[in-house]
Design a binder for this molecule. Structure first.
Ligand code: SF4
Length: 343
């Protein structure tokens, strides 16, 4: 089907459902998908929209953990969540499993019998991991509110097990002036590679997962960008390594990056270190600015959603595209996300 015909077919299918359908899209989705979304946002914005929605069907254009979060928050009679390409996952979310976290949790608690621990899990994690977090009294977080969530627990005397993104975690602790209190838990080892003395000395233990996209930015990229665009401001997503983020004028979530762009004076020059579909869209929508990618890197999973798959979902509703989190996980997983939303 030609692009125009495909566009029209998707819009007709949308119109048939009217207000009973909500299509959500992440900022990293391809532009031909964003064009059909009722709302485009980052993980936190889309979580809030899913929670507030009364639509019968939510179609989530993004990756699997996002659709799972929408299902966890929007469960109700006659309501359902769908993904055009349910195989689209997140390599970072796959770096932490609930079983591995439970084992680490047991070791941390055994090494510090008098300490209070709380798990904090990035929303970029599976429903099982969110349920682990909720079961142990912790909260989810996003790149936008991670610092607030971490501060909440630290202020109440908790030590934190943070998963799965080590870089978001170290960037938060760096901005708090406490990066030296972080110990890194090495996946795939029985003891995390941490002695009992190291665990006892740590305020926060960070899982050693990362986003392969944002972790790919290097200090060399920053040096090259500074040389090519002297005077440009650098905006970096906090999933980038701390030595990279520490050099930026602005470190923030996709929403925060978009806000900095929207406030920039005409003619301003900005170098942006995040997923390239968003950078390209910002450059195209802001012709009065000079916007460059720190280095163009695409998330392959975010790019898996196609107009053809979206049309098929809206017209055939294949059961394989339905996202339904195991009922047994929902109460604990929801508790972790709702604690985050309440902070
Ligand atoms: S950009 Fe990174 S964190 Fe986001 S979906 Fe892709 S791999 Fe996961």
């Amino acid at each position: 089907m030609a692009d125009e015909a495909l566009f029209g077919a998707i819009e007709r299918a949308r119109a048939e459902w009217g207000g009973r359908l909500l299509i959500l899209g992440h900022h990293y989705q391809p532009s031909e998908i964003v064009a059909h979304c009722d709302a485009v946002g980052d993980s936190l914005e889309l979580s809030r929209l899913a929670a507030a929605s009364r639509a019968e069907r939510i179609v989530f254009c993004g990756v699997r953990f996002m659709a799972e979060t929408a299902d966890i928050l929007s469960r109700g009679p006659g309501r359902s969540v769908w993904m055009p390409v349910p195989q689209a996952g997140c390599p970072m979310a796959d770096m932490a499993t609930a079983d591995a976290l439970e084992a680490a949790w047991g070791r941390l608690c055994a090494a510090t019998p008098k300490a209070k621990w709380a798990p904090v899990v990035y929303v970029n994690s599976s429903a099982e991991v969110k349920a682990f977090c909720g079961r142990h009294g912790g909260a989810a977080c996003t790149s936008g509110n991670g610092r607030r969530v971490v501060e909440h627990f630290l202020a109440r005397g908790f030590r934190i097990l943070f998963a799965p993104d080590q870089h978001l975690c170290t960037n938060i602790m760096r901005t708090l002036g406490r990066e030296g209190e972080v110990a890194l838990w090495h996946r795939g080892t029985a003891d995390g590679g941490l002695s009992e003395a190291r665990i006892r000395a740590a305020t926060l233990v960070a899982w050693d997962g990362c986003c392969p996209i944002h972790a790919g930015f290097t200090p060399g990229d920053v040096a090259a960008a500074r040389a090519a665009h002297p005077g440009a401001e650098l905006l970096i997503h906090p999933e980038a390594p701390s030595p990279v983020a520490a050099q930026a004028e602005h470190v923030g979530s996709t929403k925060a990056i978009i806000e900095v762009v929207s406030r920039a004076e005409p003619g301003a020059e900005l170098v942006i270190g995040t997923e390239d579909r968003l950078v390209r869209r910002l450059a195209a929508a802001n012709g009065h600015l000079r916007i460059h990618p720190l280095r163009p890197i695409l998330c392959a999973d975010m790019g898996r959603t196609t107009p053809e798959a979206l049309l098929r979902t809206l017209t055939e509703w294949p059961e394989a595209c339905r996202v339904r989190v195991d009922d047994a996980l929902v109460p604990d997983a929801r508790a972790s996300v709702e604690r985050m939303l309440a902070l």
